[in-house]
Every structure is written in structure tokens, then in C-alpha cells.
Design a protein around this ligand. Structure first.
Ligand code: ATP
Ligand code: MG
Length: 493
């Protein structure tokens, strides 16, 4: 069986329905920056070198053309006054013509005003007639010059005339540029070497720039890994770029949130273990003391067993409260929303708590301003009402009172639980909704409770998108107000 051994170093990309294997290194920003910069440097150096070579080529041709035109003009001045155009005889001019043809490795034709070739340095076409575009132009007084790039020769035509008199003849020179070519070729090979050198330096510099550009990102991922591993600096400080600074700030915020969550989780676990251990310690003490007295009378046994049963009951309550809390804490915990008669719900709960209130001779009053029906999770809202009323009774005085009232407007219903109890000190009102928080540990122990009731209540209210508030005057009493929307607003996302 053939196995794809590349999957480790890349992945499959699907582009317009076709699968491509993309090696992993192509995904690297460093590689991409290096490649893009290198391609840019190589292309620019090639284009630049070509442009330089071409302009050099053009310049040499135009310099050569101007030189020949100058020579021809000098010659044409000599021709003006001689009979050479008519007779074709003059040693001096012949010598000069052949010199011109030799120096520039070209052919010189002298043509008279009847388009007849008077002199041809190649001695091929003397006496013949020649008519070409350049010849015609020249007879009009112009000095045409052209360069045939393909066959690589320059053609120059210069009229022979005196001042404003009509053109008497012309000199036509065609010169090969092969000698110039050698220079250009030598330059070309130098340019090629220069291009290769620039490209190599360019690739090298691109690699360095790529590495430097990506370095802050690498540092960032390294710091994050160190932070995740539990060592290294406490925060990200990557301010090399505006972008990395923003990512660092966002990450630090997230990190802070994580630390808060982690701390609260640790505290929660510590509290839970402590709270669960307390009843267990009591149970152990009770059981041990019974074991120490083998002949203890039955009454003692009964009493201790009663205490043991109470401790078990307490342990059970803590576990049940914790389970409630965990259920409410779960993100997107399922609310069983139904239309519910809230008056009926409050009355039912108060009826159940009446005996508890009666124990301390507390007056429990329910005042309803109007019938209220709302979309709520009955069980969870029952938890809220029960906890508030239970607290109002528990933290009350003998012969005190608890007033529960229910009202509503077009959007919310409002539940108020007021008591004539011991109240909550100002500095503690911010904390009473925290898990396991109890105002007076020793006093509260007598009363019994775990400090989870209000945090369960608040979670349930928040899940209904409601709000819970507390107003308290130590020694005088406490009022809790709860506001819940009449129609349940579904949470997005
Ligand atoms: N109506 C109130 N009057 C005075 N103090 C209150 C009142 N309600 C709550 N508290 C204080 O807030 C603390 C937290 O209340 P919470 O209901 O969360 O816990 P608990 O009643 O002690 O235990 P649990 O409800 O879990 O059995 C209480 O211990 C108490 O000190
Ligand atoms: Mg409570």
C-alpha cells in the first residue's frame, strides 16, 4: 500500500474543485515575504539592466551616425567646388572616400543630380542609377539617417550643395555596426554578471528582511507558549508593530480574564472542600466519641445518632445546592420556559415556608398588586423566591415580619422581599451574592446554611435576563428586589 508520506509537512487545498497539495513551508509568512521580495529584486534588476543596455546601444548608434554625418558634410563641402560629380576624377577625394569607407568599414556612394552613381567604394555599381527614399529626401535638402537593427547597419545620406543653390548631388554611406556590437556584447556579459550578483544579494537581503519582519510574531508565539507552560513573563509586550501591540493588548485582556476565572475556580474548589469537610469532621467526632464509650447508655446513643443524622442532612443540602449551582452555571443551561401564574407560585412557596416563620413567630405577609402571568422557568424562579424568603425568615428577629410584594408593568414583574431582620453591613452587601459568602460565620453557623442560596438565586435571575438588588440597614432590616421580564428573551448565540 502506498501511503501519503507528505501529510506531515503540508495539507491539501481545494481550488475550484481541484485538490492541490500545499507544502507547509508555503504557508509560512517568512517564506512568502522572502519569495515576493526576491522575485521583485530579480525582476527589477533584469528590467533595469535591459533598459541600460538598450539605451547604451541607441547612444552608440546615434554617436556613430553623427560622426559619419559630420565626415560626409566635410566631404560634401569639398565636392561642391570640384568637378568630381561630373568627371569622377580627383585623387584627393578618392583617397578621402576610401579612407571614410575603411575607417567605418562601410560603403560610400557619390551620386550626381541625375541619380547616377559617380563613385562606389566597392566599385560594383558605378554608372548605374539609384532611386530610394533616402536619395529622394536628400535631393530635397534633408539629411536622412536610419539604423537597420536587424541587419545592423547605419545608412546616412548628405546632400552636396552650396548655400541656397539646388542640390548638386549626394553622398550615401552605409556602415556596419558590427564593431559597435562587440562593445555592446562585452557590456552585456558584464550586465549579466551584475544581474546575477544583484539577484543573489537581493535574495540574501530578502531572506534577512523576511526573518526580521516575522521575528516579532515568533517572539509572540514563544511568549504565549511560555505563559501557557506556566513560566516566563506574566504578560505579552510585543510592541514592534501597531498590529502586534493590538494583539498583545487583546491577549492580555483575555489572560487577565482567564486568571480571574482560574482564581475563582480555585477558591470555589477550596470552599467546596472546606464546606464538605465540616459536616464530615463533626460526624467523625460524634462517631469517635461513641466508640470511646463502649457502655454508653441508649439515650446518649440516640442523642449522638440524632446529631449524626443532622450532619448528614447538612452535607446532603450542601451537595444539592452545589448541584443546583453547577446546573445554573452551565452555559446555555436549559430553561424550561412556560407561561406561569406568578401570584400562585409565590403563594405556594409562602405556604410551604409558613411553619418556619411560625417557629420564630414571624409574620409573613403577601401583597399582590395585580395578577401576574410571565414566561419563566417555574423551578428556577421558585428557587429564587424560596431563598429570599427563607433568608428573610432566618436572619430575622423574634416577632419580626416579612413582607413579600408582587407588581408588574407592561414589560417586567417586580418581586420585593422585605424583612425586619438583622440587616447586612454596608461593606458586605457587595459580597452576599458570592458563593459561600456568609456575613457572620459564627452566628450564621447557628442559623445553618452554606452561603450558596443567594448565588443560586442570582444565577437564576440572570438566566431570565432579570436583575436582583439589595437594600439593607443593619439592625433594621433588608429588602431584596427582583425584576424579571414578562416575556422570555432568548439569548443569541
Ligand atoms: N435577609 C437577610 N438579612 C440579613 N442577612 C442576610 C439576608 N439574606 C442573606 N443574608 C446574609 O447573606 C449571606 C448569604 O446568604 P445566602 O442565602 O447566600 O446563604 P445562607 O443563607 O447563609 O446559606 P444557604 O442559603 O445556602 O442555605 C447569609 O449568610 C447572611 O449573612
Ligand atoms: Mg440563604
Amino acid at each position: 500500500m502506498i501511503r501519503n508520506t507528505f501529510t506531515q509537512s503540508g495539507e491539501l487545498a481545494i481550488i475550484s474543485g481541484v485538490k492541490f497539495f500545499v507544502p507547509k513551508f508555503i504557508k509560512s509568512l517568512q517564506v512568502r515575504v522572502t519569495v515576493i521580495l526576491s522575485v521583485f529584486v530579480i525582476l527589477s534588476s533584469v528590467i533595469l539592466m535591459n533598459a541600460i543596455l538598450q539605451s547604451y546601444d541607441q547612444r552608440t548608434v546615434s554617436v556613430r551616425t553623427a560622426e559619419i554625418q559630420n565626415q560626409c558634410t566635410i566631404l560634401s563641402n569639398q565636392l561642391v567646388n570640384s568637378d568630381y560629380l561630373k568627371t569622377g576624377v580627383s585623387d584627393v577625394i578618392d583617397t578621402e572616400l576610401s579612407q571614410l569607407s575603411n575607417i567605418y568599414n562601410g560603403r560610400v556612394l557619390v551620386i550626381d543630380d541625375e541619380f547616377r552613381i559617380v563613385e562606389d567604394t566597392y566599385d560594383l555599381e558605378e554608372g548605374k542609377t539609384i532611386i530610394s527614399e533616402d536619395v529622394v529626401k536628400c535631393f530635397r535638402g534633408e539629411k536622412p539617417a536610419s539604423y537597420d537593427r536587424k541587419s545592423r547597419y547605419i545608412e546616412v545620406a548628405v546632400p552636396v550643395k552650396k548655400g541656397e543653390e539646388p542640390v548638386k548631388g549626394m553622398i550615401l554611406v552605409s556602415v556596419s555596426t558590427d564593431s559597435l556590437r562587440d562593445n555592446v556584447e562585452a557590456l552585456q556579459s558584464k550586465a549579466r554578471i551584475a544581474t546575477v550578483a544583484i539577484s543573489i544579494i537581493g535574495i540574501f537581503l530578502s531572506a534577512i528582511i523576511g526573518m526580521l519582519l516575522v521575528r516579532p510574531l515568533k517572539r509572540m508565539s514563544q511568549s504565549i507558549e511560555e505563559m501557557a507552560g506556566g513560566y516566563g513573563d506574566n504578560y505579552l509586550h510585543e510592541n514592534a508593530y501597531d498590529e502586534t501591540e493590538r494583539i498583545s493588548n487583546a491577549f492580555n485582556k483575555l489572560w487577565d480574564r482567564y486568571k480571574v476565572l482560574d482564581a475563582s475556580r480555585e477558591e470555589f474548589v477550596a470552599n467546596v472542600s472546606h464546606e464538605l469537610k465540616t459536616p464530615l469532621t463533626s460526624m467523625k467526632v460524634l462517631a469517635d466519641s461513641l466508640l470511646m464509650q463502649p457502655d454508653a447508655p441508649t439515650e446518649i446513643y440516640r442523642e449522638f445518632m440524632g446529631d449524626l443524622s443532622e450532619e448528614i442532612e447538612r452535607e446532603n443540602k450542601i451537595i444539592n445546592d452545589l448541584l443546583d449551582l453547577v446546573k445554573l452555571d452551565k452555559k446555555g443551561a436549559n430553561l424550561n420556559i412556560k407561561s406561569q401564574d406568578v401570584n400562585e407560585l409565590v403563594e405556594r412557596i409562602l405556604k410551604r415556608l409558613q411553619p418556619l416563620a411560625a417557629k420564630s413567630n414571624i409574620e409573613l405577609v403577601f401583597e399582590s398588586f395585580r395578577p401576574v402571568t410571565a414566561e419563566i422557568d417555574e423551578v428556577k424562579i421558585a428557587l429564587v423566591i424560596t431563598n429570599l424568603v427563607e433568608n428573610a425568615i432566618k436572619y430575622n428577629k423574634e416577632n419580626g415580619w416579612v413582607h413579600v410584594s408582587l407588581n408588574a408593568d407592561h414589560k417586567y414583574f417586580y418581586l420585593k422581599v422585605a424583612d425586619s431582620g438583622i440587616g447586612i453591613p454596608k461593606e458586605d452587601t457587595d459580597h452576599i451574592f458570592e458563593r459561600f459568602f456568609r456575613v457572620d460565620k459564627s452566628h450564621s453557623r447557628e442559623i445553618g446554611g452554606t452561603g450558596l442560596g443567594l448565588s443560586i438565586a442570582r444565577n437564576a435571575v440572570v438566566m431570565h435576563r432579570g436583575a436582583i438588588k439589595v437594600y439593607s440597614e443593619p439592625g433594621e432590616g433588608t429588602t431584596f428586589t427582583v425584576r424579571i421580564p414578562l416575556t422570555y428573551i432568548k439569548r443569541e448565540g
